[in-house]
Design a protein around this ligand. Structure first.
Ligand SMILES: Cc1ncc(COP(=O)(O)O)c(C=O)c1O
Length: 400
């Protein structure tokens, strides 16, 4: 199937403000259906979860619905879906629980490709336990993270490998399945940051070999919160700090305080919106796989158009080079700052931010330090006219 971009765009009120949005990797625009689901939940009878009143049942149904939606999106099971404030918060929370049994001699593997949300919580957890951090490097020339680079830092003492499903800075999609197999052979758990990947490709937590996968609905057309997906049996073995009266059940055990019911309803609506891109036939998981494959094809076509356009512009360096990658392009310009390019484009209604986007280790490893580059990210609502405006704007900037 092909994506009907005009029909997609009609659902996004924000686009009527006129900007071309290449800032999706920071957070996507939101369809009206998602906003309506949030509003409808806020004004419906709502109480704490329970079964006695309609208001309690409404809250219960919203939570159950959102767990099923995220399970469908990621190939997980609803009983293994944990909601939290953000992927960062969930990673911090679980890093403390998972590291409880670590000690001197134990090791954790992190990569220099990752967003800091999948680096610093592990580095700090290791430091608190006297455990050792081993770093896996990507090749700055190609942007590739070779599974062998992870294998080289694995040992019999590796307790956990933290790796990204896709880089939010340069788009690289490492071979996570291969990395997970190596990690499991060494007896380690695998924590996958799926925040950037989930917005751009069909995801299957089992195929990735991820023991834990995090994603953030606001990157895939939903509201601002975070999700963690794991096997319920694995979650049963973990005991986070929690309030005495709060539930011991999995996954509730990991969810501190009252869940944001309206955002959970918005999350379900975002998943339904994505599934709806593939029409109405089949179960939601099947429609999601088809829809995300169509999104991927659409974004790849536009990415290639941008890359062809960039090749004709003077002094542009493209840092996104891996064979398998999301449509996320990091650019720098000879003699001109990425920040100036961002501001120049912003004046022309083209939104493409500059920076390191918290992938600070990756930016440094590329030699781009704290400055980073201009990031051009695509989304299901990006169209050819947006690409024309981007290329024209960059052409003007570089001619100036
Ligand atoms: C790859 C990646 N991981 C993690 C995060 C952090 O997500 P959250 O804002 O949900 O903590 C981001 C946000 O930009 C990201 O792009």
């Amino acid at each position: 199937m092909t994506l009907d971009v005009a029909a997609v765009r009609a659902s996004f009120p924000a686009l009527s403000a006129g900007a071309a949005h290449f800032d999706g990797p920071g957070g996507s625009q939101t369809p009206i259906e998602v906003a309506q689901a949030v509003a409808a939940t806020l004004v419906a009878p709502m109480a704490n979860r329970g079964s006695g009143t309609q208001a309690e049942r409404n809250a219960d149904a919203v939570v159950a619905g959102a767990r099923q939606a995220i399970a469908d999106l990621t190939g997980g099971v609803p009983g293994g879906v944990v909601f939290g404030r953000s992927a960062t918060a969930l990673t911090y929370d679980l890093s403390r629980v998972l590291s409880a049994g670590w000690g001197p001699g134990d090791e954790v593997v992190v990569t220099r490709l990752d967003h800091d949300a999948n680096v610093r919580p592990w580095v700090q957890a290791a430091a608190a336990r006297g455990a050792t951090v081993r770093w896996a490097d990507f090749d700055p020339a190609t942007g590739e993270l070779d599974p062998e680079a992870v294998a080289a830092v694995l040992s019999g003492r590796t307790r956990l490998v933290a790796v990204t499903g896709a880089s939010n800075l340069i788009g690289t999609r490492p071979d996570v399945a291969a990395i997970s197999a190596l990690a499991h052979d060494a007896g380690a758990l695998v924590w996958v940051d799926g925040v950037h990947l989930t917005a751009h490709a069909p995801v299957d937590v089992t195929a990735l070999g991820a023991d834990f996968l995090v994603c953030s609905p606001y990157k895939f057309l939903g509201p601002h919160l975070g999700c963690l997906v794991a096997a319920p049996e694995l979650l049963e073995t973990l005991h986070p700090d929690k309030l005495l009266p709060s539930s011991e059940a999995v996954p509730e055990r990991f969810e501190l305080g009252t869940l944001p019911y309206e955002l959970l309803a918005g999350t379900t609506a975002a998943v339904d919106f994505l599934a709806g891109l593939a029409g109405a036939e089949g179960d939601r998981r099947a429609r999601l796989l088809a829809a995300l494959a169509a999104v991927e094809a659409h974004e790849d076509r536009l990415r290639e158009r941008i890359e062809e356009g960039l090749a004709g512009l003077p002094g542009v360096t493209l840092w996104s080079r891996a064979a398998s990658r999301t449509p996320t392009l990091l650019l720098t310009f000879a003699g001109r700052s990425a920040r100036d390019a961002y501001l120049f484009l912003a004046e022309r209604g083209v939104n493409a931010p500059a920076g390191h986007f918290y992938a600070i280790e990756a930016s440094r490893h590329l030699g781009l330090g704290e400055t980073g580059g201009l990031r051009v990210g695509l989304a299901p609502y990006t169209d050819d006219a947006d690409v024309d405006r981007l290329l024209a704007g960059l052409g003007e900037f570089l001619a100036g």
